[in-house]
Design a protein around this ligand. Structure first.
Ligand code: A3P
Length: 320
């Protein structure tokens, strides 16, 4: 995949090097393309995004899970995978469930990274195909918009996204780049310079799409998921076309899905090893709760972010 990455970058290099550039989080730089910032290399790179726009082919039965990094991607991948493939629970086979041995990122691939594979989409054996993406709505491959497939968006409080991204970036950053300080991270976040950011534009893009196509795009928040995950799982299953039957509910299958996808369970299963893309599995499980930002942001930082969010969401009903 590394060799493919270099090849794809080479293909789009002339278009990329002329774009505005800023300091990156897990990579050296971020480039501004179609109003959003994309990593200079590695996974989710700008070249991958350009490549997927050109070649990725969606199918009407596909399911797409869209998020900004650190907004609950791993969680929604696990939940969707478990809901759609829940026959695996039958006959008491919970102990052999794939999520108990594989990381959710190895079960549900990102469209931006699929392009790196010699045999794209080969990893998705199941129908419907489930993919994730960090790409903003307005930059998605056209076939996803056109084919009428379902999209689930998960949004998270910007302050928790900032803190989570800060920790994650320092875990996976190339050593040669040194660490990123929290002050630096805060400044970049406020300026909108995060992978697939600005935060507010990403959220607004999907929010607007949800209000225009409510049957096709489901908008969830990490915070609501943290409060009442069982109900969200039921609604999500219905939205995806896989509603739980009364018998399944009585048999406690909803609770089983919730449990197998819980932060505690996933963290326990993912203590060792790397995902296929080379990132340590444990890097995706840190605190797993709402409000950890209060341990990192000063009152002044919190106030500044509140002001920016209020201003940016003035016209939306999003309560971020
Ligand atoms: P924290 O760093 O605040 O702990 P993503 O999956 O989009 O990369 O986001 C990672 C964030 O989601 C991390 O947040 C991580 O701990 C949290 N997370 C991962 N799995 C989770 C789960 N099953 N339930 C709740 N939160 C989870």
């Amino acid at each position: 995949e590394k060799a493919n990455m270099a090849l794809i970058f080479e293909r789009y290099k002339d278009r990329i090097i002329v774009l505005p550039k800023e300091k990156g989080w897990h990579t050296e730089n971020l480039y501004l393309y179609q109003g959003h910032w994309f990593p200079s290399k590695y996974l989710f790179s700008i070249a991958n995004v350009m490549g997927s726009q050109k070649t990725f082919q969606a199918m009407p039965s596909d399911i797409y899970l869209a998020t900004l990094p650190k907004s609950g991607t791993t969680w929604i991948k696990a939940l969707t995978f478990a809901i759609v493939n829940r026959t695996m629970y039958k006959n008491n086979s919970l102990s052999t469930h794939k999520l108990l041995s594989s990381n959710p990122h190895d079960c549900v691939p990102f469209i931006e990274n699929e392009i790196l594979r010699a045999n794209p989409t080969s990893v998705v054996e199941n129908c419907p195909r489930i993919f994730a993406t960090h790409t903003p709505y307005t930059s998605l491959p056209q076939s996803i918009i056109d084919c009428g497939c379902r999209i689930v968006y998960v949004c998270r409080n910007p302050k928790d996204v900032l803190v989570s991204l800060f920790h994650f970036a320092n875990k996976v950053r190339d050593e040669s780049l040194g660490i990123i300080t929290f002050e630096e991270a805060f400044k970049l976040f406020c300026e909108g310079v995060i992978p697939s950011g600005p935060y507010w534009d990403h959220v607004k893009g999907y929010y607007k799409a949800t209000s225009e196509h409510p049957a096709r795009i489901l908008f969830l928040t990490y915070e609501n998921m943290s409060v009442d995950i069982a109900n969200i799982v039921k609604n999500l299953a219905k939205f995806l076309g896989y509603p739980f039957t009364k018998e399944e509910e009585a048999a406690g299958i909803v609770e089983e899905v919730v449990k197998i996808c819980s932060f505690e369970k996933l963290r326990e299963v993912n203590k060792h090893g790397n995902i296929r893309a080379g990132i340590p599995k444990h890097a995706f499980f840190r605190e797993g709760r709402v409000g950890d930002w209060s341990n990192h942001l000063t009152d002044e930082m919190s106030h500044i972010l509140d002001q920016i969010t209020k201003e940016k969401f003035r016209d939306e009903m999003v309560n971020a």
